[in-house]
Design a protein around this ligand. Structure first.
Ligand code: SF4
Ligand code: SF4
Length: 302
């Protein structure tokens, strides 16, 4: 069975994506998924040859066929999202025209169902693109959600499905760079994974986010470990993280100190472990070793 490790942080700026880049470098030949479909950036670190863009059909949108519409106006009454409006111009036969605002349309299909003359068709809505990039660390699946498009959770699920198909063919493990927050895309990234690694830092907001993520991983029954990045910027709060982890019986897999070379590697667009074997590399290597031990004892892993 394929192993799926998801790396999450709750908030941005904890160094999560950089750490995922280093894990991809250290694990070698994993399948990597960037589930931050609103602002994917792992490909900037792992680079590689991006294949052709694949359309992501996130749902449907309603479209009025003007030649069929008898302009009765019923659809405006049925649309609960206010997406259908009368236009301020008149059509050739002096009836009022109707138009659908594609950004307001939720694709529920009610208007299409109730239109007395079948003048509304539901068309596929291309909400974004996804890519399979061959990097020297393994195949990377990533995506770009269109502007003002919803369905990020659905796009995350699509990326994971593609990764699982690849992994099944190659018997490889999957490393997922999870999106920020605790909403739908995070839940879509977490469900069914084997292990969640939470990257946090000793700030009040990061600890608050970590606790919310811990509730989620507990709810889904996913084994969880913690990595404290920049742990030395506030040792009191770092101790609070240790306390919370101990109280829940969770391991702190690494305590990575602040180091300016971490940012330099980001600026260079390289996995830290490839950028340097000095600085904080021994802490990241420790994280990787501990993570391997954690996942090695999971059930259902071959
Ligand atoms: S319900 Fe159908 S026929 Fe009536 S205005 Fe809407 S699209 Fe036109
Ligand atoms: S599909 Fe639903 S949301 Fe879209 S225009 Fe029709 S009734 Fe409104």
């Amino acid at each position: 069975m394929t192993r799926e490790i998801v790396v999450i942080s709750g908030k941005g700026g904890t160094g999560k994506t950089s750490i995922v880049g280093s894990l991809a470098y250290l694990f070698k030949n994993s399948i990597i998924v960037d589930c931050d479909v609103d602002a994917a950036d792992l490909h900037l670190i792992l680079k590689g040859d991006t294949g052709t863009a694949n359309n992501f059909i996130g749902g449907k949108k309603a479209e009025i066929i003007p030649e069929v519409c008898n302009e009765c106006g019923l659809c405006t009454e049925y649309c609960r999202f206010g997406a259908i409006t009368e236009q301020d111009k008149t059509s050739k036969n002096n009836l009022i025209q109707y138009a659908i605002d594609e950004y307001a349309c939720e694709g529920c299909g009610v208007c299409s169902l109730f239109c007395p003359v079948q003048a509304i068709k539901m068309k596929d809505n291309i909400s974004g693109e996804w890519f399979l990039t061959e990097t020297k660390y393994g195949p990377l699946l990533h995506a770009r959600l269109g502007i003002a498009q919803a369905n990020s959770g659905k796009l995350v699920s699509l990326l994971r499905k593609k990764a699982q198909e690849l992994a099944a063919d190659n018997n490889k493990q999957i490393i997922i760079d999870g999106p920020p927050g605790i909403g739908c895309p995070v839940i879509a990234s977490l469900t069914g994974t084997n292990y969640a690694l939470i990257i946090t830092e000793p700030t009040l907001s990061a600890i608050h986010d970590m606790e919310r993520l811990l509730e989620l991983t507990r709810h889904f029954g996913i084994k969880t470990g913690i990595c404290v990045n920049k742990y030395d910027i506030n040792k009191n709060l770092a101790a609070s993280i240790e306390h919370i982890a101990a109280g829940k019986g969770l391991k702190v897999l690494a305590r990575i100190p602040y180091d300016s070379t971490f940012t330099q590697a980001q600026i260079k667009g390289m996995p830290y472990m490839e950028y340097t074997r000095n600085g904080i590399s021994k802490h990241i290597e420790q994280l990787w070793q501990n993570l391997k031990e954690e996942i090695a004892v999971l059930k259902n892993i071959t």
